[in-house]
Design a protein around this ligand. Structure first.
Ligand SMILES: [Zn+2]
Ligand SMILES: [Zn+2]
Length: 416
């Protein structure tokens, strides 16, 4: 066998020396087909050798703990690749000989062989040896047309063809297993990072996933043609929007007698009228800029302390745009007022044009409706907002964006 393989290697070496640039197109394609077929047949030879070595227990006498480990060292494979090789060699040897023969003839690829042997194993469990044998025939035929991923998908319904009498029961059993697994594995983990951020991971079951998508998807659209956020960043902001909306409804279960809300605690220097860095009641510290932005938001209560830690004010009524004032604001702005944004009012915070820490009042003339994204953008970016002569908000772009700094308005809500 070593001699035959050496001959094959010599033939391959000849091919590598041949001038492919001189080949006409149809010969190129035919050569590609032949090379691919040969690679699959050669893989079949390798699998037979692996199987034989594995069966003899050769590797143990050489001190390796398993065939996969031995293959890793011998052939310099990764452990997963080595394991896949051993598994497939075993599967082709055990019962599903039709698959091995198809691979050996170059009719299917190694990847397809893996899909077929996985599928046939499932069929064998559900419907017995005869159905498994039939399934090999059907799947090898399908493999002539379909790539591995599609073959796996089609394979999940192969029972319909080879054992229709058990197919429905098997499909239901598979569904049950799936549902039990989803039920068992459902979880959401929130891991605190050191700087107050959270790592969010988990598995949602189909129902919760549907709810999340239905709630999140409408909020993840870009907020205009210039939205620079990545899809992941938009999804992140949408999740925060959802929480804001839930907090704003006031329908969350109460927490120690207080409605569920975030409180940001900060101190205020009366002399310089400066807000200090703040602390959310959930622990994390936030920058003074973030405190100013959060203090604009009706879902977040600012608690302002003086130098000695006494509460100066919990800005419950006066500083939050609620009730009739919010309704008037919604009537005027009809949604996020930032140019090009189409977010409706329910996703918006009321921003104080002149911040209350700087002496700004909580009034219609000092408020503008902004979605969370544009609220952040305004607090942390270079845009400014003011009310125009007609009492409607206009936004002045930074000079790097527009040297003339011509004010812009939201046209979107005006049209409707
Ligand atoms: Zn604001
Ligand atoms: Zn907006």
């Amino acid at each position: 066998m070593v001699e035959e393989l050496a001959q094959a290697e010599a033939a391959v070496a000849d091919c590598l020396g041949a001038p492919v640039w001189a080949l006409p197109e149809q010969d190129l394609v035919a050569a590609l087909d032949a090379a691919h077929r040969l690679a699959q047949r050669l893989a079949a030879v390798q699998l037979v050798l692996v199987r034989e070595l594995d069966g003899r227990g050769t590797v143990r006498t050489q001190g390796a703990s398993s065939t996969a480990v031995w293959l890793r060292d011998r052939l310099r494979l990764s452990i997963p690749a080595a394991r896949r090789l051993v598994d497939l060699a075993g599967a082709l040897d055990a019962g599903t000989s039709g698959v091995g023969a198809a691979l050996a003839s170059g009719a299917i690829t190694v990847e397809q062989a893996r899909v077929i042997s996985d599928t046939v194993r499932t069929v064998h469990t559900a419907a017995g040896a005869e159905a498994a044998e039939k399934a090999v025939g059907v799947l090898v035929e399908w493999a002539g047309q379909f790539e591995p991923a599609l073959l796996r998908k089609l394979g999940s319904r192969v029972l319909d063809h080879v054992a229709p009498e058990v197919a429905d029961a098997a499909a239901r059993a598979a569904l049950d297993t799936e549902a039990r697994r989803a039920d068992r594995d459902r979880h959401v983990t929130l891991s605190e990072l050191r700087d107050g951020r959270l790592r969010l991971s988990g598995n949602l079951d189909a129902e919760a996933a549907g709810l999340l998508r239905a709630a999140l998807d409408p909020l993840t659209a870009p907020s205009g043609p210039d939205d620079p956020r990545s899809p992941g960043q938009r999804r992140h902001d949408a999740l925060a929007d959802l929480c804001r909306l839930a907090l704003r409804t006031g329908e969350l279960p109460e927490h120690g007698g207080e409605p569920a809300q975030i409180v940001v605690t900060t101190s205020f220097d009366v002399l310089t009228r400066q807000l200090d860095a703040g602390t959310l009641d959930t622990g994390p510290r936030v920058t003074p800029e973030a405190v100013r932005r959060l203090a604009c938001d009706a879902a977040i209560l600012p608690a302002v302390l003086d130098g000695s830690g006494q509460t100066l004010d919990v800005g419950r009524q006066r500083r939050l745009v609620t009730g009739p004032l919010r309704r008037a604001l919604v009537l005027r702005d009809r949604g996020c007022a930032f140019p090009g944004c189409d977010r409706p009012p329910r996703w918006c915070d009321a921003h104080h044009i002149r911040h209350w820490a700087d002496g700004g009042s909580t009034s219609l003339a000092n408020s503008v409706l902004l979605c969370a994204h544009h609220h952040r953008h305004l607090h942390h970016g270079d845009w400014t907002v003011r009310l125009g002569g007609d009492g409607h908000p206009e936004f002045v772009p930074p000079a790097w964006l527009d040297p003339d700094r011509l004010p812009r308005r939201n046209q979107y809500h005006r049209r409707t």
